[in-house]
Design a protein around this ligand. Structure first.
Ligand code: AMP
Ligand code: ZN
Ligand code: FE
Ligand code: FE
Length: 276
């Protein structure tokens, strides 16, 4: 049987509820031979996943999903086959994580000023293994205490860009993100372009070293996928894909909901070899 890969998966080192081992067990059970661990701004889930993968014969690609901003838009850049022992890269990630921690404290303060709380930093931090703490964790606490009905309402009322408890993250541009990923041998890919909607910038991203578009993404329709696959071909980008699994934290997708043929992995590997 032809091998398949799911190239967009989170763990509890960012905002999924799954441990790296659970991710690998799920992949094994679903007959998926290769996964990429792509946590937000952190790579700590990669090694434990590799260990579990060796036991269950699931290949693990070291990855990341970097948060960047341009024109007040969040642009997520996936990176594949990164050297996760690169010290310069790890130091940069630590800076990004420290600013996430600071920002979480600021958002909790803003909520307190709005009369929403008391919420402690510690109880939010308990929801994640690593330091890549973010708004989904805070939203979960707001739901838990009944301040809002659901995650969506937490964002709409308090946490979405421009809402009263929103605090921006440290600014990293997509161009800096692309460069950072390449600096440790990683292959940069624009995540879920159909939801980020920065089509007009794709030529510039490609010029700056972007190597792929995540055309194959769940919940967007076959026409949209075909459109981005075609756009990828136009700019000599690889059309990648994955489920964006977050375990129980995101109900509209699951590991294996979107996969790509293993040939896509081989293409990514070739580009990584060319970058190194
Ligand atoms: P952060 O990295 O802390 O800025 O949080 C960004 C994450 O929050 C994104 O990756 C989404 O998973 C989630 N998110 C952003 N906007 C919304 C929204 N309106 N409703 C639900 N989740 C959202
Ligand atoms: Zn996430
Ligand atoms: Fe994303
Ligand atoms: Fe993601």
């Amino acid at each position: 049987m032809a091998k398949i890969a799911d190239l967009h998966i989170h763990t509890h080192f960012s905002d999924s509820t799954s441990t790296p081992r659970e991710v690998i067990e799920k992949a094994h059970a679903h007959g998926i031979q290769c996964v990429a661990i792509t946590d937000h701004d952190i790579v700590d889930g990669v090694e434990p996943a590799i260990h579990a993968g060796q036991e269950l014969d699931v290949e693990v690609i070291p990855g990341i999903e970097l948060s960047t901003q341009i024109n007040n838009k969040d642009v997520h850049i996936l990176g594949y086959f990164l050297d996760i022992s690169n010290q310069h890269f790890l130091r940069k990630l630590q800076t990004i994580q420290a600013s996430r921690v600071e920002r979480m404290r600021d958002m909790i303060d803003k909520l307190a000023e709005l009369g929403v709380g008391p919420i402690t930093f510690e109880e939010v931090a308990e929801l994640t293994e690593g330091d890549a703490i973010g708004r989904p964790h805070l939203a979960t606490i707001l739901v838990k205490y009944g301040h809002v009905r659901n995650i969506r309402q937490a964002f709409d009322r308090y946490l979405a860009d421009g809402q009263p408890a929103f605090v921006p993250k440290a600014k990293l541009s997509p161009f800096e993100g692309i460069e950072l990923i390449r600096s440790c041998g990683g292959v940069p890919v624009l995540a879920h372009p159909m939801f980020t909607l920065v089509d007009e910038l794709i030529p510039q991203f490609a010029e700056a070293g972007l190597e792929g578009l995540e055309a194959h993404y769940p919940n967007c329709g076959t026409k949209t996928i075909a459109y981005y696959a075609k756009l990828a071909a136009k700019y000599n980008l690889i059309a990648t894909g994955g489920s964006d699994d977050h375990g129980e934290a995101k109900k509209n997708t699951y590991l294996g909901k979107m996969t790509v043929p293993y040939e896509v992995v081989e293409q990514l590997k070739e580009r990584s070899d060319a970058i190194r």
